[in-house]
Design a binder for this molecule. Structure first.
Ligand code: MN
Length: 312
């Protein structure tokens, strides 16, 4: 594909012009807003809202800004994810967005961890450069390296619900879904406060519950900027703020496991499989059954299996 064309708005084109400032050419073709040359890729933006990327890396360069208008079937931003609540804005991928994601819901050991990050539209290329993408495609050591970079400049809120507190809430009748919703909302509120008076264009939640259920969980909680919150599954592929949130959450989770392993005196495994049952049984034998409260989500079926293995 020798060139890629996207359709966008004049506001977006002005943002792009700012972004390509170091590469702008003084000569602009008729009808165009700007003309830039970046590493062999020629970018021409027109008043009509069309932006053409030609030459080297045109497709990758255009992807910073949106989806191709020609040569490919136009796919909505949610092509791979399911959205609930309001439909996503067309250009959400290129907006300044607070994204949030959680980790640890399906893991017997370790805390439920939620992170929200704020990624401004002009930071998107930098995040790409740093290797931010869906954390499922990254190894633990890649996640640690990228997270360390992100922590130096990216505004975020990280909330860890440790096991004793989780077990207490669960025993009081709170569902895991409700805990997760409260943590996401709290992370949004913390981060909005942190970046204030700046406001994000949107808040994007990696959908763990449909919008109506999310809001039901939050009855009685302060929900800020409700009109700007969007939900989608696979949201780390929609905006890098969610991908960055997921990377920071995984990083915190890996560190929590290091800590738990130190406390236990042996390696604590992730997930909820047979290895986990064995590790929990060992914990019972060495530290007593009460230790489970400090290390695990007690209501998981693993507790019964571990007790059986430990013969208590
Ligand atoms: Mn998620």
């Amino acid at each position: 594909m020798a060139n890629t064309v996207i359709n966008t708005t004049i506001e977006e084109i002005n943002k792009m012009k700012e972004h390509y400032k170091p590469y702008l050419s003084e000569k602009t073709p008729p009808g165009s807003v700007f003309f830039a040359r970046k590493n062999g890729c020629v970018i021409t933006a027109y008043k009509s809202g069309k932006v053409m990327f030609q030459g080297n890396g045109n497709e990758a360069e255009s992807r910073i800004w949106g989806l191709p208008a020609e040569g490919k079937k136009k796919t909505p931003a949610t092509a791979t994810g399911k959205t609930s609540g309001k439909p996503l804005p067309d250009h959400i991928s290129t907006m300044s967005v607070i994204g949030s994601d959680e980790v640890g819901k399906g893991d017997y050991f370790g805390p439920l961890t939620v992170v929200a990050t704020y990624v401004k539209s002009e930071q998107i290329p930098l995040l790409k450069e740093l290797g931010v993408k869906d954390s499922k495609h990254l190894t633990d050591s890649q996640i640690i390296n990228i997270a360390k970079d992100l922590l130096t400049f990216l505004p975020y809120s990280l909330l860890k619900l440790d096991n004793p507190k989780y077990n207490q809430l669960q025993a009081s009748g709170m569902t895991q879904g409700k805990m997760t919703a409260i943590l996401h909302n709290q992370a949004h509120n913390n981060l909005l406060e942190k970046i204030s008076p700046e406001k994000p264009d949107a808040i994007l939640v990696d959908q763990f519950a449909q919008a109506p259920i999310y809001y039901k969980h939050l009855l009685g909680q302060k929900v800020v900027q409700r009109e700007n919150i969007y939900f989608s599954t696979k949201a780390e592929g929609i905006h890098l703020a969610v991908a960055a949130a997921s990377i920071l959450a995984r990083y915190a989770f890996v560190r929590a496991f290091d800590q738990l392993s130190k406390q236990a005196g042996f390696t604590i495994p992730k997930g909820a499989g047979a290895k986990v049952d064995q590790a929990a049984a060992r914990l019972i034998k060495e530290k007593g059954v009460a230790a489970l409260n400090e290390f695990t989500k007690i209501h998981f079926a693993n507790t019964g299996k571990a007790k059986k293995i430990a013969r208590i």
